[in-house]
Design a protein around this ligand. Structure first.
Ligand code: SAH
Ligand code: SF4
Ligand code: F3S
Length: 515
């Protein structure tokens, strides 16, 4: 497809040169389109128009490209990446490729990468090292790097310099161009790089092959405009742009019709959903109010930012039904000073007020969170404020991280006087509190009956089935495999720290969800 045809098809044009050979060539290209994470440049982007395209189609030229070929995608990072992998799998299948679990059998291997912390990136570089020997004796094997790391200039340069086993690198905005990128990679002997096509697009009707047929992910928005000072995501995922409500509702209806039992709405900051609409006043609360009328047992969302969590959303969530009473609400720190330097734009008190509001409206709501310890210059007292906030809120669980500087973000330029040893010790203390409080949150379940959506065999013991409650508690129990995919009642016989063991009672008959 040439540039003109691509424009006619409404697809993003890409001014990336088609082949890159040297780091120098690449730098020139990169400078012309993107010069590394820049807060100033990124903040200007809000003014660009968002374009919606719903006519994705595969160029007939590429049909059959995957005949007798297999693909494998290794996914790192968050649900957003997991879901992007489902979309790329859909495109591969539409091209005639077959999925394989075995990298040795694959003709194309993609690493869908995550840039959130240094160790996430190191895992990817390690994996690239492991893949190198596969190239020997299999010259037509294509290895590709996509996802958030490929949006970082320093990463692309490093790959060019050190990892010549890589055949293609493409960014998070270029997924729909996978057929063209593969075609280029087959035709060219050089590394194909296509990183920064227009970020303001929303592309509908992309093919998807979902990982399971019980729980489904549905994107409601892309990107992030929050620019927390430590975070790389606003640079790797571009600006906030929401999908149109009717497209989301249609997708959820379709999944309900296909028998899915649970939907998770995805966005880096789902509470900003709809902020970018200039023709309608329609936010996350309105969307949830429409979705709860769809006949599907459970609807969740992730991740919500405390700042945009409005009263209407709380009001709608309080209606219950298929809207689950588990809210993941990352706080990051319990110290208002730290929150200010992180640019989270709320205070400790503000967060606690929001928790109060949620608990008043939804008394049994289970809250979980994300916390960063060892942010530059965090004092012991400030860390203790995180510990006390954790206790005060009574979180059920948390994901906890040591701060990892990300090149190009404002925090990476901050001087830091906290030794790594101290950061590690704080993380350990916090983790102890998190596990104690998780055990505490599990105790009341002893001898209770809970409803579990059965996902399949337990990872630890294939004779045991596992699933989650509405509040996202993992439950293990023995039952016939025929109940996989059903919602069942289980009596809890042992409450552990991170999970519950129980005995199967019965399958729950289909309940009518809302009228
Ligand atoms: N959009 C979500 C967060 C996505 S990233 C939100 O704002 O809630 C998931 C988590 O990774 C964040 O909540 C944060 O706790 C952690 N994280 C992000 N950047 C980090 C960094 N540079 N170092 C350590 N942890 C980080
Ligand atoms: Fe990163 Fe989340 Fe902040 Fe966005 S809201 S910058 S994704 S931590
Ligand atoms: Fe990682 Fe990108 Fe998700 S940086 S956490 S994969 S948005």
């Amino acid at each position: 497809m040439n540039e003109e045809q691509r424009l006619q098809n409404g697809l993003a044009t890409d001014d990336a040169p088609k082949q890159k050979t040297t780091e120098k060539d690449y730098s020139k290209y990169f400078e012309s389109v993107y010069s590394g994470p820049s807060l100033k440049d990124a903040k200007k982007r809000g003014k660009e128009e968002i374009e919606y395209h719903d006519n994705f189609q595969i160029d007939p030229l590429f049909k059959g490209m995957g005949q007798d070929r297999k693909f494998h995608i290794q996914t790192f990072g968050c649900q957003m990446n997991e879901h992007d992998t489902e979309v790329m799998s859909g495109i591969f299948m539409a091209l005639g490729y077959e999925w394989t679990d075995n990298v040795k059998e694959a003709n194309v291997i993609l690493l869908n990468t995550c840039a959130i912390r240094e160790n996430a990136e190191n895992r990817v570089f390690g994996e690239l090292g492991h893949l190198k020997p596969l190239k020997v004796g299999k010259p037509d094997l294509l290895i590709g790097v996509c996802g958030c790391m490929s949006q970082e200039e320093s990463v692309v340069k490093k790959i060019l310099k050190t990892y010549d086993q890589v055949d293609m690198i493409f960014g998070t905005h270029n997924i729909h161009r996978l057929p063209e990128i593969l075609h280029e990679a087959y035709m060219s002997k050089e590394m194909v790089i296509e990183v920064w096509s227009k970020e303001g697009d929303v592309i509908e009707n992309l093919p998807k092959v979902r990982r399971d047929n019980i729980k489904g992910w549905v994107n409601i928005m892309y990107g992030c405009d929050k620019f927390c000072t430590y975070c790389i995501v606003p640079y790797t995922r571009g600006k906030e742009r929401s999908r149109r409500p009717q497209d989301i509702i249609q997708e959820v209806r379709q999944l309900a019709a296909e028998g899915y039992k649970e939907i998770t709405l995805l966005g880096q900051n789902v509470n900003a959903f709809g902020k970018d609409f200039d023709d309608i006043d329609y936010r996350l609360g309105d969307l949830m109010d429409d979705l709860r009328k769809i006949d599907i047992p459970r609807i969740r969302f992730t991740t919500s930012h405390p700042r945009d969590f409005d009263d209407h959303l709380i009001e709608v969530l309080a209606k219950g039904g298929n809207l689950v009473d588990h809210i993941h609400l990352p706080v990051q720190s319990g110290s208002s000073e730290m929150l200010k330097i992180m640019a989270r734009k709320y205070t400790r008190e503000g967060y606690l007020e929001l928790v109060d509001k949620i608990r008043t409206a939804i008394p049994n709501a289970s809250l979980t969170t994300d916390i960063i310890v060892g942010f530059p210059n965090e004092t012991d007292e400030q860390f203790e404020e995180t510990m006390s906030l954790y206790r005060e809120v009574g979180f059920d669980m948390a994901f906890t991280y040591i701060y990892s500087p990300r090149e190009g973000t404002p925090a990476a330029k901050m001087q830091d006087n906290v030794p790594m040893e101290v950061k590690k010790e704080r993380l350990q203390r916090l983790n102890k509190l998190v596990s104690d409080m998780s055990a505490e949150a599990m105790k009341p379940y002893q001898d209770q009956i809970v409803k579990v959506l059965v996902e399949g065999e337990s990872k630890r013991n294939p004779e045991v089935l596992a699933g989650y409650t509405e509040k996202s508690k993992l439950v293990n129990f023995r039952a016939p495999r025929s109940v996989i995919g059903e919602i069942v009642e289980v009596r809890i016989i042992e409450a552990k720290t991170w999970s519950l063991d129980g005995e199967f009672i019965r399958v729950v008959k289909k309940e009518k969800v809302m009228g």
